[in-house]
Design a protein around this ligand. Sequence first.
Ligand code: ATR
Length: 282
Amino acid sequence: MSAPIAKIAGVTGWPIHQSLSPMLHTFWLKAAGIQGAYIPFAVRPDDALHAFESLKRTSLAGVNVTAPLKRIAWEAADALTGDAEKLGVSNCLYVRDGKLIGHNTDMEGFAAPLLAKTPYKTLSKRPAVLIGAGGASRAVIGALLALGIPEIRIVNRTDETAQNLVKAIDIPSLYALPWAQRSDALKNAGLIINATSAGMKGKPLLDISLDTADDDAWVYDLVYNPIQTKLLTDAKARGLSTIGGLDMLIAQAQPSFKAFFGVNPPAEADPSPLLIKHLTGQ
Ligand code: ATR
């Protein structure tokens, strides 16, 4: 009897060496006993459209897509799933019946830790504050709307970018407040989200005080490197509950794994210790 054909998937980006996805998926492949591999592919932005369109002529099951290729992936797809269509970018391409499907798992990845870890029914009745108006913010807004959050306040270092995002989405419950008023914006919010790159290793810290936050507010930082950002440390010192970016990283990877390898990652296989060890060097 011949051996089963290995299933191969990967992650594309430019650069790609920093991605934790190969470690994460390889961990799950091993835990699930699947004969397969998940590999990083550096793809130049200029070559990306052609590379993605060629996927269906290879034996790859699909690829995840990271910066700066998510829009090109969306354009390369023959068909889009609902979330990808809504967001206008794709972080997951897979082949089905000879067609390249563009999916986006960021909304699901953002929402899953909220549903799993927070008293979600209470939070979903209160305003949320979103810090940042870049690519990650769109997925956060999509998820918050889907979860029924009644009011979303956006603050962004560049006010105009927040205003433009609000205009583009054009929903009454979503509005921008000036960066200068970011402290006031936190009042009576149940959820405070950092979707900026501030606080990431090698980047400036996020310049915001949590003094005005409600005592029972939750702080969700999408940054996962470092694991303990200054924002999360400040929130804990203030007695607030927190969610770190590693939870979203893992939750957005789960549906991709299913799309590529046909099964969910084993529920008991928690990749957090491995990723924490890698990120902290401990
Ligand atoms: P992504 O796709 O990951 O969201 P992006 O589109 O480049 O990345 O967006 C980065 C976000 O982080 C933006 O909202 C950016 O604010 P500006 O619109 O003012 O650039 C925000 N950001 C980056 N560095 C920041 C900092 N030091 N303080 C506050 N916000 C910052």
